[in-house]
Design a protein around this ligand. Structure first.
Ligand SMILES: [Zn+2]
Length: 405
């Protein structure tokens, strides 16, 4: 046997390598560790020395791969009588937690691979571990870093909901608008969901919140008004346009049903012509859209309203924004379609949040960016069995521009 020692690969105190065995055929290695009897064992609960050994025991622990071999440690260790906490305890070891079956450094490595964007499933396959183990490693590393809600630097917030599962399962996301950091996430999208966030927030921070960007969603609005009455509520163009796109689509379908054969042929498959912005359409698509708009007065009005809706967010002077909004509602009402009438009423009701945009130029691109990132995380975060884990992954992916990752 070579005189070279592999002990340096196991630089842990209170244990020593006494035997190792490599089976080339199965590409596996077994290393046996024994207590270093020069040290008194420590209690894993209180960390105090425990002089009386109760019994000897052993467990098998997975470690980082070694060469091309998977590595299994046979850890001989002791159970002790701890006089400090008064009970039989497992000996404390610095490289593996008392009831874990993988070493800390393997757990750290698994968490690091997850941090770099690999999915739990891929990491589990790569390291030949159970996906549940990999998820637990990643989750505990994330909890240490992102488990506590940080309230520092909050002045302007953006609140949004994300659909996490089919069948109306939502989570609420709170973003620090200025840094882009995801501050908090909670299950659901009720008033109680957002209340829980504000309730835990120190009053001094709460009183300093200047503005909150939202969808026109009553539960969120009520929660913000209750906890931060001084904050300006700003409605987000992205969500308003999305809501209006639904109106356009319904009206377009209705017009399709009413049309004669030629009209149906012209309207068929035109959904995306209406939803895309003019600038993103190909030349032939523009020609087609112009034909449709020339043919159908109602669709022409609806298209104009869609375009003009965006302009309501471009004003800097509240009076002008108000006048433009009144004009929008006038055109919508002139058409007389009940969906347009209802949308006009909604805009009037929430006028304050549109006009507030003149003072707080809060744009939508950040929320859209968050949504796109979240879609990626959905694929790597091992499903949605654990909303807490998902929230931690989102916080890790969106740490804000002030603290680089
Ligand atoms: Zn103890």
């Amino acid at each position: 046997m070579s005189m070279l020692s592999i002990a340096a690969y196991f630089p842990w105190s209170r244990v020593k390598v006494v035997e190792h065995n490599v089976v080339q055929a199965s590409r596996s290695a077994l290393v046996r560790l024994e207590p270093d009897r020069r040290f008194r064992p420590l209690c894993h609960v209180c960390g105090q020395p425990a002089p009386a050994v109760h019994s000897n025991t052993r467990k098998f622990v997975r470690d980082l791969p070694f060469g091309d071999c998977s590595m299994l440690l046979q850890v001989e260790h002791r159970k002790v009588w701890c006089p400090t906490c008064g009970g039989v305890r497992v000996e404390k070891l610095d490289f593996v937690d008392a009831y874990q079956r993988i070493t800390r450094r393997l757990a750290d490595y698994a968490a690091e691979l997850c941090r770099r964007g690999l999915s739990v499933q891929v990491v589990a396959e790569h390291l030949d571990l159970d996906p549940k183990t990999v998820k637990a490693c990643d989750k505990s590393a994330l909890e240490a870093e992102f488990g506590e809600t940080r309230y520092d630097g909050l002045h302007r917030l953006a609140v949004d909901e994300i659909a996490v599962k089919k069948g109306h399962h939502y989570m609420t996301v709170v973003l620090d608008y200025d840094s882009g950091r995801v501050v908090w996430m909670g299950e659901g999208r009720q008033i109680a969901t957002l209340d829980a966030f504000f309730e835990a927030m120190p009053a001094a921070v709460r009183n300093e919140i200047e503005a909150v960007a939202l969808d026109m969603w009553e539960p969120y609005i009520r929660s913000v008004k209750k906890w931060c009455p001084q904050a300006d509520i700003v409605f987000d163009l992205f969500h308003v346009v999305k809501a209006f796109n639904k109106v356009i689509d319904d009206i377009r379908n209705e017009e399709f049903r009413k049309a004669d054969r030629d009209g149906k042929a012209t309207l068929k498959g035109s959904k995306y012509l209406f939803l895309k912005t003019w600038g993103n359409l190909e030349r032939h698509q523009r020609v087609r859209l112009k034909d449709i708009l020339a043919m159908n007065e109602r669709l022409n009005t609806v298209y104009w309203l869609k375009d003009f809706l965006k302009h309501l967010w471009e004003y800097h002077i509240p009076g002008w924004a108000e006048a433009a909004l009144a004009e929008w509602c006038g055109v919508a009402r002139q058409d007389g379609h009940p969906r347009l009438e209802r949308f006009a009423r909604t805009l009037e009701r929430y006028q304050y949040g549109i006009v507030n945009h003149c003072r707080h130029r809060m744009h939508t691109s950040k929320l859209e960016g968050v949504n796109n990132k979240i879609k990626v995380i959905k694929r790597v975060a091992y499903g949605f069995h654990d909303p807490e884990y998902f929230a931690l992954k989102v916080k890790q992916a969106l740490p804000g521009r002030l603290c680089s990752n």
